[in-house]
Design a protein around this ligand. Structure first.
Ligand code: PLP
Length: 387
């Protein structure tokens, strides 16, 4: 039973079918001047239009990349490079993905200054804090649309509108949001948006960066003249075709899927919280329709994930560990999950049915009881009486 859709999703059959001709007969290099090249570039352009349509953008505002990590790197490093004449201050949050956080740390080593906004106990950043952090020399605000560990939806639109008034560029990491939240770049008021195909039933190793027309952005990948000279590298035609098909399908079923998944999520959360003692929900109500992240007192997240794995259930400890022997997740630390709790992220998707979440809740009840009796972690905490 696969309950780790936030980590990655299986490739949609229709997406695979759309991609196949670009591995076989239409293998041409999209930059070539002959018929093979023309067929490839037509497919790349069609995918660009599909992605642009979902974002309410123009197709020449979409740039293909190798995934979410590259898109985040490009957005942040690209603005830092292009705007350093204006300033060296960037605002972000404590709960971003490492693709953003580690990029910001690297920029700090180069002399940039970063304000990491704190979050409340639900993982939400405050608009007021964001506005208060904006300065004359602020060049970029980067706030994720939804968190990958606890699913919290951030007030990106409100922050972006305030930033826009001050002439500050805004980037959002929307990697977890495709097919689950509206992505209109005008409604959100963002200048840059990252996404990654493998999170919405597309292939791995391909993503895109939306760049609003007129945004000053430096290059990070120098090479050929691809992507209007902004990002060198032979086109991953099949991957790009897959991204286009996948984003179109994900957006097409979004409204219905969000309704279905939120009902499953709420049913699962209420069963777990009601039936298993000493559990709490990480994150709040305003969360992605497919995310349930639960903290279990006296249980190590990794032990529970392994126990679930042995029972045939794939979930994620979300790098969350409360044992003190492993680094706890920066997201769970930021929301203040108390020590003595281990956390597990369950993320649902297209193939998750009610009987799957019910079976998972049953197995969780059994495994948490067993672990609480046998796990060293549980014993250590109850003996010390620290929790
Ligand atoms: N940003 C977020 C919020 C993510 O969840 C991920 C993937 O886990 C990434 C960025 C990185 O994306 P990719 O795996 O395509 O490099």
């Amino acid at each position: 039973m696969y309950l780790d859709y936030a980590a990655t999703t299986p490739l949609d059959e229709a997406v695979l079918e759309a991609m196949m001709p670009y591995f076989r007969e239409n293998f041409g290099n999209a930059s070539s001047q002959h018929a093979f090249g023309r067929r490839a570039v037509a497919a790349v352009d069609e995918a660009r239009e599909k992605a642009a349509a979902v974002l309410g953008a123009k197709s020449n505002e979409i740039y293909f990349t190798s995934g979410g990590t590259e898109s985040d790197n490009w957005a942040i490093r690209g603005v830092a490079k292009a705007m350093r004449g204006k300033g060296r201050h960037i605002i972000s949050t404590a709960v971003e993905h490492h693709a953003v956080l580690h990029t910001l740390h690297a920029l700090e080593d180069e002399g940039y200054e970063v304000t990491y906004l704190p979050v409340d106990d639900c993982g939400r950043v405050s608009v007021q804090d964001a506005v208060a952090a904006m300065r004359e020399d602020t060049i970029l605000v980067s706030v994720m649309l939804a968190n990958n560990e606890i699913g919290t939806i951030e007030p990106v639109g409100e922050i972006a509108r305030a930033a826009k008034e001050k002439g500050i560029l805004v980037h959002t990491d929307a990697v977890q949001a495709v097919g689950l939240l509206p992505l209109g770049v005008d409604a959100l008021s963002v200048d840059l948006m990252s996404f990654s195909a493998h999170k919405f039933y597309g292939p791995k190793g391909v993503g895109a960066l939306y760049v609003r027309k007129g945004t000053k952005l430096g290059k990070i990948l120098t090479g050929g003249a691809q992507e209007r000279t902004m990002r060198g590298g032979t086109y991953n035609t099949a991957g790009i075709v897959g991204l286009g098909k996948a984003i179109e399908l994900a957006e097409g079923r979004r409204t219905e899927e969000v309704k279905r998944l939120s009902a499953l999520r709420d049913h699962f959360i209420s069963r777990v919280l009601a039936e298993i003692e000493c559990t709490k929900l990480n994150g709040g109500k305003d969360r992605l329709a497919n995310n349930a992240n639960i903290a279990f007192r006296y249980i190590e997240g990794d032990s529970l994930v392994s126990a679930l794995d042995r029972a045939g259930i794939a979930a994620s400890a979300g790098s969350a560990c409360a044992s003190g022997t492993l680094e706890p997740s920066h997201v769970l630390q930021a929301i203040g999950v108390p020590s003595g709790y281990g956390s597990v992220r369950f993320s649902f998707g297209k193939y998750t049915e009610k009987e799957d979440v019910d079976r998972t809740a049953d197995i969780l009840l059994r495994e948490t009881e067993r672990l609480r009796k046998t796990d060293l972690f549980a014993r250590r905490f109850s003996e010390k009486g620290t929790v």
